[in-house]
Design a protein around this ligand. Sequence first.
Ligand code: ATP
Ligand code: MG
Length: 476
Amino acid sequence: MDGFTRLGLSSWLIEQCKQLGICKPTPVQENCIPQILEGRDCMGCAKTGSGKTAAFVLPILQKLSEDPFGIFCLVLTPTRELAYQIAEQFRVLGKPLGLKDCIIVGGMDMVAQALELSRKPHIVIATPGRLADHFRSSNTFNIKKIRFLVLDEADRLLEQGCTDFTQDLQVILEAVPVNRQTLLFSATLTDTLQELKTIAMNKPFFWESTSEVRTVEKLEQKYILVPEKVKEAYLVHLIQTFQDEHEDWSIIIFTNTCKNCQIINMMLREFSFPSVALHSMMKQKQRFAALAKFKSSVFKILVATDVAARGLDIPTVQVVINHNTPGLPKIYIHRVGRTARAGRNGIAITLVTQYDIHLVHAIEEKINMKLGEFAVKENEVLQILTQVNVSRRECEIKLECTDFDEKKEINKRKQLILEGKDPDMEAKRKAELEKIKKQKKKFKEHIKQAMLKKQDTEMHRKQRKSQEQKAAKDQQ
Ligand SMILES: Nc1ncnc2c1ncn2[C@@H]1O[C@H](COP(=O)(O)OP(=O)(O)OP(=O)(O)O)[C@@H](O)[C@H]1O
Ligand SMILES: [Mg+2]
């Protein structure tokens, strides 16, 4: 029997899969699809690029075809680009159903979204912030009857990071029915298992791929030890080398801040590399345009922040370069997972400064393998060093002349206002907190010094006493 037929999927869905080159189920699909079809909650933890999306899309489409009504399913995901990608999978696989979907993400027109929601689409794919905003501002739709709630990249949605989704998630969870099927997927679920069980309450089926190494087999993982000040020269050298040797390879460069992302992109453009940037300070239209250019291989280099670290599926990506060593092993796993997907080969190279060595050790421990050193012709790097550093500095100055930092401040204030906070009060509160922190630190230091002094006096006292005892003994 055909692999997917054995899992209980209908022939029309199997036909759709075949058209996409999906012929044999991957382990996560093999294990999770039958359980989902049986009606169980499901938590699936499988490596990057292993087909987790189809593992939830296929059984949902099958159930939808049996009893279609809207709104049938809500999918939550941490980034806007990922929401569009998931919607695309639903559309392609569910084409024979005449599926109506609706994407609710930030940066897009809210009125148009509200209108679409009121038309009762079968599937809603959303980022938590914008969907929660719709709940807060209108009551023209409800999701009280949904059958499926999916959290893709579930651990990220529960994390209290720089973008904290927990409050929005709370609003959404209050709006969905208790009687639903909940499906949670990620390549890194295990750290947040307990929290996840409070969302998938219905005795969830938990499946995790059994493999010692947490990253995919066909991914070559390397590092280069570089002094901070010459990182960019190494980066330019690496890109030049890959471009010369493999014309058709696409490369993603991850860096830590929007500003760095912007500067590196400007600098690569100065060197005539076909590069585009993707970060959260860009307008949504620019973000989509950049990604589209990269996906179509018109531009072969994408410089991105971690907004592109999770879920994005771009088969042409052969190389991932970490311009900064990720502070968390989890982030490393997702970043490098943008290459070597669905059984393909790929290389990940991490630039490591002397201050990041402990981070590499933490990564190696988590993924359960050692990174190898990437050989670089250092004399070639030296030759371009001055030119690259001058160019970086010029780009920094150019950016300073624009209102990039000012925009960042405005965005922060806008965000606070959206969260119902007063930006000025927040700034005051932060300053107060900072003051208290400083006072606490000073107090701690004071206590530490006092303790040390006390220990010192005690030690001297003991020394003196033993000397006196010794002297008394000698006299006797
Ligand atoms: N059974 C299959 N056979 C071959 N290719 C497949 C199969 N299932 C999915 N794929 C393809 O594999 C690629 C990766 O799938 P997907 O994006 O679902 O990975 P993922 O597990 O969600 O990864 P990530 O953790 O990065 O989000 C997609 O291009 C998809 O079309
Ligand atoms: Mg995915």
